[in-house]
Design a protein around this ligand. Structure first.
Ligand SMILES: Cc1ncc(COP(=O)(O)O)c(C=O)c1O
Length: 393
């Protein structure tokens, strides 16, 4: 067998997506990989049905269909209070996943350092490696998931190119405050680095928390690259539509990376997405209300069962503490990964082992998501209740 690149030996396949495969194999309820089991807005589906016959079916412009760029720039301009130029400040990508990869390849040289909060969305580690960069991890310390700003200053002072901020944060549900983002932004400006934000859960933020757009903070636009996606906002994770917004010079370079990586996102789906972006503002309020209800429903169910968990400020993820199970003789010495595999086979619910999100040796947390219909959440809670049989309460 001829040799493969060294690069591919330095990271594993995605643990999240691996858990989905095992879950499917055993017919478990998949609360591991975060995607909804309900339909996208009907208006988008109707539009897609028409597009199936009327097109477009050929390549869109590589950096995104004009009407989609215009619709996204109009939305983001309202959010950040700055008029964005759809001709120069946005590129449509194949999901938020490509957008982050594209950002990293645009700003990093091999050997460059990039700061990543831990816990982190697992893609960032691989994104850094694939772009030749080296991640430096900044701990977010539970239970508040606070961080030490001086570590970020040290990172920038020692030459880090950027810091990646997942806001709201998958997996811990933290919503960064204006003060936190301003402080990080000031350091990025001071040391001539970038803030790369992943805002795919911007509309899944629970009261009283508010999403703050880093690119909209005073003086921050030129140092911020915003990676985002339509996957979660419109329940279309399979459409693979995302975008990157930033200053024109960054976007110009990112468009080249994007062009040679993928040429472009699917043209018919870009067209149908415009319909979603033309929905009234109330759509976003309804989405927030929907997920608020699901969060409250699910975590009160976890409380009834007696499972310990965090209360997310945003996203549709909750971290459950499994330490009391790992302390039982039958699980002595088990990893969280082994516990999750056991849960799929014996409880019928798939979760993601927390260790895949942490740089630190954390083994006692698993991540569940609640982007499911109430009936599925009920059945999941019923199954999770079986864990009760393992411990005397
Ligand atoms: C924080 C975060 N960023 C990016 C993505 C990927 O988004 P997309 O499906 O648009 O590629 C996800 C998906 O779960 C995510 O949780």
């Amino acid at each position: 067998m001829p040799k493969l690149s060294d690069r591919v030996g330095t990271f594993t396949d995605s643990v999240i997506r691996r858990m989905t495969r095992i879950s499917n194999q055993y017919g478990a309820i998949n609360l591991s990989q975060g995607f909804p089991d309900f339909d996208p807005p009907k208006e988008m589906l109707d539009a897609l049905a028409k597009i199936a016959y009327n097109g477009p079916h050929q390549y869109a412009i590589t950096f995104g269909a004009k009407n989609l760029r215009e619709a996204l720039c109009a939305k983001q301009s309202r959010a950040i209070g700055r008029t964005l130029d759809p001709e120069n400040e946005i590129v449509i990508t194949c999901g938020g996943t490509e957008s982050m990869m594209c950002a990293m390849m645009t700003i990093c040289n091999p050997g460059d350092k990039v700061m990543v909060f831990s816990p982190f969305y697992e893609n960032y580690g691989a994104d850094a490696i694939l772009s030749g960069a080296e991640p430096i991890y900044i701990p977010l310390v539970p239970p508040e998931y606070n961080f030490d700003l001086s570590l970020i200053e040290k990172g920038f002072r020692e030459g880090a190119r950027a810091i990646i901020i997942c806001n709201p944060s998958n997996p811990c549900g933290k919503v960064f405050t204006r003060e936190e983002l301003t402080a990080i932004g000031e350091l990025a400006v001071k040391y001539d680095g970038f803030v790369v934000t992943d805002e795919v859960y911007e509309h899944i933020v629970f009261d009283p928390y508010k999403h703050v757009y880093a690119s909209g903070l005073p003086g921050m636009f030129n140092n911020t690259i915003t990676c985002n996606s339509l996957s979660k906002t419109f329940s279309i994770t399979g459409w693979r539509l995302g975008y990157l917004i930033g200053p024109a010079d960054v976007v110009d370079a990112a468009r080249k990376v994007h062009d040679f990586l993928t040429v472009g996102a699917a043209a018919p789906l870009q067209e149908a997405a415009v319909t979603g972006l033309n929905l009234p503002e109330s759509y976003y309020a309804d989405l927030k209300a929907l997920y608020t209800k699901k969060r409250d429903y699910f975590i009160s169910g976890l409380d009834r069962i007696g499972l310990k968990h965090n209360v997310p400020q945003g996203t549709y993820f909750v971290m459950v503490d499994i330490q009391e199970f790992l302390d039982l003789p039958q699980f002595k010495g088990w990893t969280d990964l082994a516990f999750c595999e056991w849960m799929i086979k014996n409880v019928g619910v798939a979760a993601v082992p927390g260790s895949s999100f942490f740089r630190e040796p954390v083994n006692n947390l698993i991540r569940l998501h609640f982007a499911r219909q109430e009936s599925t959440l009920d059945e999941s809670l019923r199954r999770l209740g079986k864990l009760n049989e393992l411990v005397k309460r």
